[in-house]
Design a protein around this ligand. Structure first.
Ligand code: SF4
Ligand code: SF4
Ligand code: FES
Length: 362
């Protein structure tokens, strides 16, 4: 970020250094810990169920992204006593954060996952979201094998919110992303969070149907099967579909989508999603619900995914380094990551295997 200046000299660039799980990165003021972690990438990136980088005001509701700030800043190095939500906590210069490397964080994420599942139905085998559900991924990575909740689960009466979107309130975690979509993308929001606490629910005002040209984006931002596509409902499991990047000239949106095909049939159209399951560009309802013929689209090619998950079976790719072959010397160089310098002097001969020093003679 540049400071405002009154002369012609070069503006001063303010850069802050932040360390997350031992990896240092330079960020601009205003960057949150979660954003800094995403810049680093890999396993240090906290899970996020309510934060959505494309929507303003999201985050701070689900507590999945908790991290441990072990050093507040260079100016005030005291650690933060409690775990903080990384999506709404700004970075400070010299800050040190433990994410995946902290046992406290791992325990807290397990607790949050258990809490989110308290009232959640065991519907995965029949749920349309299965295979592309962030809650499934969260439970797989951070869930406990057993749950302690023995009471009856809270349930809601089914509610019809319009022709395109299926609301299954029992699956909702009240992350409020869909409310932000309606606020920020559509002309008039007709749904929101009704009631309080355990009784909070997503609903429309006096059963008004959600009918707006950009309302379908709620389906894409919903991290679970609470809002699903009625036109795709029970047609196929997502892992049987083949996703392709496609585009068309659209006067309402960017027209760039992913079409999900079963044979030659387009069964579903969604926005294109990145590795954090966030859409690259929001799309209109015409592209999403009305253009299901192959002739409606210019198919660009198979959609590939960076993140490993059930849905990405056979579709995930890793960027691999090119293997350099030094033909003249007849040496296969291999990948940079596999090349290690080994110094005999650095080898710790007192290193232990299963508690026994490796140089112990039996
Ligand atoms: S919303 Fe996700 S976790 Fe819940 S039943 Fe559906 S697939 Fe399973
Ligand atoms: S319906 Fe989906 S997007 Fe909306 S609050 Fe519930 S979980 Fe979040
Ligand atoms: S993603 Fe940070 S609180 Fe939900």
């Amino acid at each position: 970020m540049a400071k405002p200046t009154t002369d012609n000299r070069q503006p001063t660039i303010i850069i802050m250094k932040v360390t997350i799980d031992g990896q240092e990165i330079e960020v601009a003021p205003g960057t949150t810990i979660l954003q800094a972690a995403r810049m680093i990438g890999g396993e240090s990136v906290p899970p996020a169920m309510c934060y959505y980088s494309k929507l303003k005001g999201t985050g701070g509701k689900c507590r999945c992204c908790l991290v441990d700030v072990t050093k507040g800043s260079e100016a005030d190095p005291r650690p933060m006593p409690k775990l903080v939500a990384s999506c709404v906590t700004g970075c400070q210069d010299g800050m040190e954060v433990a994410s995946k490397s902290s046992d406290r964080v791992k325990e807290a994420r397990k607790a949050v996952t258990e809490f989110l599942l308290i009232n959640h139905p065991l519907d995965c085998p029949v749920c349309d979201q299965a295979g592309e559900c962030d809650l499934q991924n969260l439970s797989f990575e951070h869930g406990k094998l057993q749950q302690r909740f023995v009471e009856e689960k809270r349930t809601f009466e089914p509610e019809d919110i319009g022709p395109y979107i299926q609301l299954h309130m029992n699956c909702c975690i009240v992350c409020q992303r869909c409310v932000e979509v309606a606020d920020q993308l559509t002309d008039k929001r007709v749904h929101g969070v009704l009631n309080r606490g355990d009784h909070s629910q997503i609903s429309t005002c006096i059963s008004t149907a959600i009918d707006n040209e950009f309302s379908g984006n709620m389906i894409d931002v919903c991290p679970m099967g609470a809002l699903t596509d009625k036109t795709f409902r029970f047609k196929s499991r997502v892992w049987f579909n083949k996703p392709f990047n496609a585009h068309r000239d659209c006067d309402k949106c960017c027209g760039k989508t992913t079409v999900w095909m079963f044979g030659n049939e387009i069964q579903r159209v969604t926005a294109r999603k990145d590795e954090y399951h966030e859409v690259e560009d929001f799309i209109c309802n015409t592209c999403r619900f009305d253009k299901k013929e192959v002739s409606d689209w210019v198919i660009e090619g198979p959609r590939q995914f960076e993140k490993d998950s059930v849905i990405n079976q056979n579709k995930k790719y890793n960027t691999t380094e090119k293997v350099v072959i030094e033909t003249e010397k007849g040496i296969l160089m291999g990948r940079e990551v596999d090349r290690k310098k080994i110094s005999m002097a650095d080898i710790d001969y007192n290193e232990k295997i299963d508690g026994n020093p490796i140089n112990t003679k039996k």
